[in-house]
Design a protein around this ligand. Structure first.
Ligand code: NI
Ligand code: MN
Length: 226
């Protein structure tokens, strides 16, 4: 499986069958990413919630016939009213797609679209690509059931916010990693804006002291996971 960090909370995945999956593709207005929307195609787009720094360029990148947008039911209704293909889930629910299984899990956060529509609760997503299990926390504060999420589905790759203000800061994210016990942790949702400044190396060093491996990817950087 190939993974590319798009900056902020955005990721691109490509599986061994060349199926492509985007998560929270916020490109336009993201000052740190070198990636361009016209470089991205997606068979699937997973959205954690509707805030513009996550919904991002979804409707520009999605192909109305080819792309399935996977998200919470209320956001899916909003998107399908615009003529796009969606698959709605609720928190705790999962579905097996051709590339793997996607489950929505809780996130302590809010969600509404940029034009003010109600978009259901915010979520995290636990999903598999090439049988690797990824937990994208979305935007969230720390909560004790992260331990349960990591017990139900042992996590290979954890994508966790560290920027503070709107989400966990480094201190809480370090604690969350110890709850979830992932094999590899990649910090997200930091340094994009003035309010979410954080030093990822401080985070990586702190989780390393607890026995966890982390990697701070630069926006645009790719990683092969096997
Ligand atoms: Ni948000
Ligand atoms: Mn956000």
């Amino acid at each position: 499986m190939k993974l590319q960090y798009l900056g902020h909370s955005g990721f691109f995945f490509q599986d061994s069958q060349n199926r492509t999956i985007l998560v929270d593709p916020f490109i336009t207005g993201n000052p740190l990413t070198p990636v361009k929307t016209n470089q991205l195609t997606a068979d699937y787009i997973i959205l954690t919630h509707a805030h513009s720094d996550h919904f991002g360029d979804t409707l520009t990148i999605a192909d109305k016939r080819k792309t399935t947008i996977i998200c919470i039911a209320e956001l899916a209704s909003y998107i399908s009213r615009k003529g796009f293909k969606t698959h709605s889930l609720q928190i705790g629910g999962s579905f097996s797609f051709d590339f793997g299984k996607v489950k929505l899990v809780p996130a302590l956060h809010s969600s509404s679209t940029s034009d003010g529509a109600y978009a259901g609760p915010a979520a995290g997503a636990v999903f598999t690509v090439d049988n690797k299990t990824i937990y994208h926390c979305g935007d969230t504060g720390i909560f004790g059931d992260m331990k349960l999420i990591g017990e139900i589905d042992p996590i290979d790759v954890l994508l966790i916010p560290i920027g503070g203000n709107f989400t966990m800061d480094i201190e809480d994210a370090v604690r969350a990693v110890s709850l979830i016990q992932p094999k590899l942790t990649i910090p997200i949702h930091y340094n994009t804006f003035a309010l979410i400044q954080a030093n990822p190396q401080v985070f990586i060093d702190k989780i390393a002291a607890n026995g966890y491996q982390g990697s701070a990817l630069k926006p645009g950087e790719e990683l092969n996971i096997s």
